[in-house]
Design a protein around this ligand. Sequence first.
Ligand code: FAD
Length: 516
Amino acid sequence: SCVPDRANLCSNLSLATTTVQNHSTSSNIDFSFRKLTLDGYLSFDNIHHAAKDFGNTYHLHPLAVLYPKSVFDISSTIKHIFHMGSASQLTVAARGHGHSLQGQAQADQGVVVNMMSLREPVMQVHTDGSPYVDVSGGELWVEVLKETLKHGLTPKSWTDYLHLTVGGTLSNAGISGQAFLHGPQINNVYQLEVVTGKGDVVTCSEKQNADLFYGVLGGLGQFGIITRARISLKPAPKMVKWIRVLYSEFSKFSKDQEHLISLENSFDYIEGFVIINRTGILNKWRSFFNPKDPLGASQFNWDGKIYYCLEMAKYFNPEDTNIMNEKTESLLSKLSFIPSTRFQTDVSYFNFLERVHMSDKKLRKGVWDVAHPWLNLLIPKSKISDFAREVFGKIIKDSSNGLILIYPVNKWKWNMNTSFVAPNEDIFYLVGFLTSAVPASTGTDGLEYIITRNQRILDFCTRANLGTKQYLPHYSTQKEWQAHFGPKWELFVQRKYAYDPLAILAPGQRIFQKSI
Ligand code: FAD
């Protein structure tokens, strides 16, 4: 619980609808900012994009947007606000690529830092010993991939979509089909440079300022702005065998997923998704994947049931094709999927990692600008069947209009010293309901219906005591945040007090409120 002098920091939160008021008027603030000497600039006009994100349901306008050219710009701006103390209600939000879902990168009448304009350090790949790359916190992961591939190297752990910034995903976790093997992206970082909520520029790692290092990783932007990250690398493969197979029984599907993530020498990527009421998907796959058994696939009777798709990838170089094929066949021979539903293709490593962006190009032609009431949950292995039965079988049934991701990871591969919180079991599943709302619809594809449905899922998890955690968490009261962090809450509050005592940073997460 909170100690008295942290009372303001820990005060109960209402949803942020505040505006700059009382102590200082916005024109005073505007004037005082104009005295700052910056390498980049602060804009009071070009600010509207900063009130929008991928979720498209929260629209909080900042007072100004900082376009930093240097770390110094970020540090000076935060110091300036810090020294105003409680005379101002100004807050600061780093904005990566704005792919948050509920305004997490927004700052109501505060300053948004446009991290993508921070062009330093220039990316530098170090190939000796344990290779790594130093990148700006505002760099997109796709650019990191392009640069490291020039040296035959690659980061180990990814997100499904690469047009997210390094600082944005490291503030959450960065989870994809490699996380069962390498842990999430936050476990594959050697060092960070961070600007704290007091404006101090601090280098941190496991050995140096470790408390800040672990706090910032998965720390939802609460303790500092990541301005540089040193990311560990490994040799990059040239090619990927990408395979999808279907199951009609959840128990067989999850058993096979768990089996694959338990092996020493398994696939390099393992994910899965649920297909509800999506007749015709096999026809779509045919344009991209090749059926292993064309006749069987063409005769497959799509009867509108729920299917579970296991998605796997094996990395290889062309000279090792035969060995890779043998290994792949051996792994697949132990699985219980429906034989005629095996689809596969060989693609370049780059195209495999960019796969979502390729379909995203189509997405942008219409559905990108709609609301995205996504829900991401982490479910303990022992409860995943209960979850599937109730949620896929009853709550979702025929109302699904988006992708439902589902795959397990090994917690022992994850460093739990970070701020990230996971369920209390060795294996847990990531389940993502990636739904788009159809504008103005009052039906099952409308925003209101989907939000209610998400709430039903959350209510079920609580009622059935499943021990789930939200990923990319979103809460409206501090009590819920406290429950989310559980035993880590006390440390989280201590770190906030140490590194951002005025609660200036990342107000859009709605965990702490700036004390005035
Ligand atoms: P923003 O939305 O700009 O910021 C997110 C939060 O981080 C904010 O609180 C912000 O203040 C803070 N922040 C941003 N930059 C910094 C920084 N440099 N230092 C400190 N704090 C900072 N996540 C996964 O794990 N796996 C996936 O496969 C995945 N796929 C996705 C696909 C799509 C299409 C979308 C929209 C999201 C996906 N996500 C995934 C979620 C994504 O990782 C988070 O939303 C992430 O925060 C987005 O990065 P961003 O650069 O857009 O961050």
